[in-house]
Design a protein around this ligand. Structure first.
Ligand SMILES: Cc1cc2nc3c(=O)[nH]c(=O)nc-3n(C[C@H](O)[C@H](O)[C@H](O)COP(=O)(O)O)c2cc1C
Length: 209
């Protein structure tokens, strides 16, 4: 299977990258083809809101000639997409948010209407977030954002991994590595029971329908 990791953190050796690397290594171990895109290293402007992308019914794509379309095309040709971001002000990093806005070109029609189509319909998508603080009053917004992105993309949740109370990458120990490996192992399992994990602390017991 083709897995695309979309890494949205500016720190290539930070907490998020370390956790994502554990996940990617396990996926490679399982024989999957894994590619990481470092969004911060790409030139991806924000969405212009011009809706020109909606005019082409046959393929996604934006009129902006930056790296956005390249990543969008990688996304379309993948079986699983993993969004990995540090938590910045209760949401995605600015770099990741710019890319997510560009994903407007992935769907057509009003969300929820009969005309709603998506170029990534049926895809499995997963979320990894690292944060300095606890889950409560902190990570709910990014969790909700991810779940709404799934609806627009007509994609399935393949799992959510929230690593809370992070300090430095060196402090991320074997317990976190174990959870990252478990997270990777279940990415291809039954999509009706997606993985949701909060470390450390009590899990929010999220179980989407
Ligand atoms: C601009 C900025 C905003 C942040 N906002 C939050 C936040 O809202 N909640 C939180 O728990 N941590 C926040 N943090 C901490 C990071 O999410 C945390 O340290 C994360 O693990 C960093 O990931 P990295 O090492 O991959 O860069 C913020 C850090 C920065 C630099």
């Amino acid at each position: 299977m083709k897995v695309l990791s979309i890494f949205g953190g500016p720190r290539k050796k930070g907490n998020t990258s370390k956790v994502l690397t554990w996940v990617e290594d396990e996926l490679k171990e399982q024989g999957h083809q894994v590619e990481r895109v470092n969004i911060s290293s790409e030139k991806i402007n924000g969405c212009l809101g011009c809706s020109k992308c909606k005019e082409n019914l046959n393929e996604p794509g934006c009129i902006q000639k930056d790296d956005g379309n390249i990543v969008i095309n990688k996304m379309v040709s993948s079986d699983v997409v993993i969004y990995a971001s540090p938590l910045y002000y209760w949401g995605f990093s600015a770099q990741m948010k710019a890319f997510i806005d560009r994903c407007l070109c992935l769907y057509r029609g009003v969300c929820g209407s009969a005309e709603h189509t998506s170029f990534v319909e049926g895809q499995r998508q997963a979320l990894i977030v690292t944060a300095a603080d606890q889950f409560e009053n902190n990570l709910e917004l990014i969790q909700t954002s991810f779940q709404r992105i799934l609806v627009y993309d007509k994609a399935y949740s393949a799992g959510e991994l929230f690593i809370c109370n992070c300090t430095t990458p060196d402090e991320l120990g074997e317990d976190i590595k174990f959870q990252a490996i478990n997270f990777a192992k279940q990415l291809f399992q039954d999509t009706t029971t997606p993985y949701s994990l909060l470390i450390p602390g009590g899990a929010p017991n999220y179980a989407p329908k």
